[in-house]
Design a binder for this molecule. Structure first.
Ligand code: PBG
Length: 331
């Protein structure tokens, strides 16, 4: 037989849409998407968030309408960020958040799955995720964990399905689990911000939640959020959350940290959530606005990357579009 100088494998898997569709290894479904929600106390009209397109900070009233829209587009899982009007030094009042949770539960009952972000950064006068010491040079771990546990209990009592601690203090997942169980909330789950990096890409979010650090002491969150330069610490920290009882482990930001998602996937059987954060989202929106990418296809391409890396759940500001966009992916 004459020697064949050509490769025996060819681009047959790419020949046409049928073949590309049939052999797509990554399967996306809107059922695995969570939509973030913002609600601000005392706001009289919804306000837009710089860089985030149609995503808005809702008033107490418009929040329910926003959820209604999402339900109509097939999205039933939410992550709520409550923004209280008053900022505190030490005595905290979580009643706005619990009011919002109750309102959502009263209106939508079991039609929605509601997780609530658990953090103090939009509560504190200094914008940090926990209590600080006197000269604001350090975050106080244990008092923060204790406060967060109390907050978690109130959210669970109000009807939250899931608590999502995003503060990055040590031991908070275990403390929250113990508190919830002691109060009979065994079925309330914990989605921990397990590998949460200190990132530039939270900019638009901090604007929305009034949660930028603003003290002459600790100027950033580097002493409690993970270093982008230390992947080992990220994996160890995430696995510690698993041991403390986290049900879902989240990696955040998402698209910049697919290596962490992939590594974590090999180390745990827990479901992984990837949070495509505000700055990552805004980057695509900005490119699309300039006509440099196709908005829909660009978001879907990011979702495919997250799926390839091993994410089971995607938190995206475009979750509301997920059903429509996934349905009409051009393979
Ligand atoms: C609160 C929190 C942040 C985000 C989610 N929860 C900001 C931060 O840690 O500074 C970011 C979400 C986003 O950018 O989309 N700690």
């Amino acid at each position: 037989m004459e020697k064949n100088n050509y490769p025996l494998t060819r681009r047959r898997l790419r020949t046409d849409t049928y073949m590309r569709e049939l052999t797509a290894g990554v399967k996306l479904s809107h059922k695995n998407f969570i939509q973030p929600l913002f609600a601000e106390e005392g706001l009289s009209n919804p306000r837009s968030i710089a860089g985030l397109g149609s995503v808005q900070v809702d008033t107490t009233e418009t929040l329910l309408r926003t959820i209604g829209f999402h339900l109509q587009s097939g999205i039933s899982k939410f992550l709520l960020f409550p923004v209280p009007a008053k900022k505190y030094g030490n005595e905290f009042d979580f009643s706005f958040a619990t009011r919002m949770v109750k309102a959502i539960r009263n209106r939508f009952g079991a039609d929605v799955w509601l997780s609530v972000d658990l953090c103090l950064c939009s509560y504190t006068t200094h914008g940090h995720c926990g209590l600080l010491n006197e000269d604001h040079s350090a975050l106080l771990n244990s008092p923060t964990v204790e406060l967060l546990s109390r907050y978690a209990a109130q959210l669970a009592a109000a009807g939250a399905d899931c608590i999502a601690p995003s503060d990055m203090t040590d031991g908070r997942v275990g403390a929250i689990r113990i508190t919830l169980d002691a109060l009979g909330f065994e079925n309330v789950s914990i989605m921990s911000y397990a590998a949460k990096f200190s990132s530039q890409f939270y900019g638009p979010f901090r604007d929305a939640c009034q949660s930028s650090p603003n003290t002459t002491g600790l100027r950033n969150r580097k002493s409690y959020q993970l270093s982008p330069f230390n992947p080992g610490d990220a994996i160890a920290t995430a696995l510690r959350d698993e041991q403390e009882g986290a049900d879902i482990l989240m990696v955040k930001p998402a698209a910049l940290y697919t290596d962490i998602i992939a590594k974590l996937k090999e180390s745990t059987l827990k479901p992984l959530a990837a949070y495509h954060v505000s700055g990552e989202y805004a980057a695509i929106e900005a490119l699309a606005e300039k006509g440099l990418v196709k908005r829909e296809a660009a978001h879907v391409e990011v979702w495919a990357a997250l799926g390839r890396a091993g994410a089971d759940i995607i938190i995206s500001y475009a979750s509301g579009q997920a059903k429509k966009w996934i349905d009409r992916i051009e393979y």
